[in-house]
Design a protein around this ligand. Structure first.
Ligand SMILES: NC(=O)c1ccc[n+]([C@@H]2O[C@H](COP(=O)([O-])OP(=O)(O)OC[C@H]3O[C@@H](n4cnc5c(N)ncnc54)[C@H](O)[C@@H]3O)[C@@H](O)[C@H]2O)c1
Length: 249
């Protein structure tokens, strides 16, 4: 991936970094010179990141002690924090009529509550830097709905509301808070469907103006932009990175 940014003085924490968007983001910041802490509950993908010099932490972001663990690790191994990328997410699929409490709670806990708790814990470190950044990963499901994705849709609408509110509360400390709305991206969540379900695969190809699925690097590039000083005056914004899918009726 071509990197145009120089993040050599930056400390960056990325959640959900074993696979997909989080992994590409951790690698992109690392290639741009940043010190990166990559967090995931799945150790598999973290090992190869660690082999490239990226700091890693195996952690369930929804655990009670997760925010304190992640922020003390960021202080310990990175020496502070300039950028927090709240990316870890899950997508349980069931109609709302068939969604069990545990499924609903899992989606809301991982996708939204963990993001709120980690952001709150990170604020003192971010405020101590000249231009602290929080980039939250929402989804086009922050604006639209799909059958069978009710809990996910509710969580991602929540990510949008949370990001907007936090943006207005921390802006005067020099911190910006933005969220990205990825379209259809080939990652751990979608890979099997893309490979085996031609109808699903073609639906998103046709819906996108670009005529293709997105790759994790498409999202990583947008995150690097929002984290940069070029984006100093952008906050509370939801950036769709969907190849134009949302604008097609
Ligand atoms: N792939 C898409 O089409 C798409 C579209 C819109 C939004 N998103 C969002 O992008 C984000 C990243 O997902 P992805 O598509 O890269 O999927 P992915 O499955 O490839 O990556 C998600 C990562 O999060 C980790 N994770 C899940 N629960 C966790 C937890 N409790 N604690 C720590 N780590 C956890 C997983 O182990 C995995 O490595 C998610 O928030 C997802 O909702 C993805």
């Amino acid at each position: 991936m071509r990197i145009d940014y120089d993040y050599s003085d930056y400390r960056v924490l990325v959640t959900g970094a074993s696979d997909g968007i989080g992994r590409a983001t951790a690698q992109a910041f690392h290639e741009a010179g940043a010190a990166v802490l990559a967090v995931d509950l799945n150790p598999d993908g973290l090992e190869s990141l660690g082999a490239h010099g990226i700091k890693t932490l195996v952690q369930d972001v929804a655990a009670d002690d997760a925010p304190a663990n992640m922020i003390s690790e960021a202080e310990g191994v990175l020496g502070g924090l300039n950028v927090l990328v709240n990316n870890a997410g899950i997508c349980p699929v069931a109609s709302l009529a068939e969604t069990e409490d545990a499924m609903w709670d899992a989606a809301l806990n991982v996708n939204l509550r963990a993001m709120f708790r980690l952001s709150r814990e990170a604020l003192p470190l971010l405020a101590a830097t000249p231009a602290g950044r929080i980039v939250n990963i929402a989804s086009v499901s922050a604006l639209m709905a799909n059958e069978g994705m009710g809990a996910y849709t509710a969580s991602k609408h929540g990510v949008a509301g949370f990001s907007k509110n936090l943006a207005i509360e921390v802006g005067k400390q020099g911190i910006t808070v933005n969220y990205i709305l990825p379209g259809a991206i080939v990652t751990g969540i979608t890979r099997e469907l893309v490979e085996n379900d031609a109808e699903f695969r073609d639906f998103w190809v046709e819906k996108s103006a670009a005529g293709r699925w997105g790759q994790p690097e498409d999202i990583a590039r947008a995150i690097l932009f929002l984290a940069s000083r070029d984006a100093d005056f952008i906050s509370g914004h939801g950036l769709a990175v969907d190849g134009g899918a949302l604008v097609r009726a």
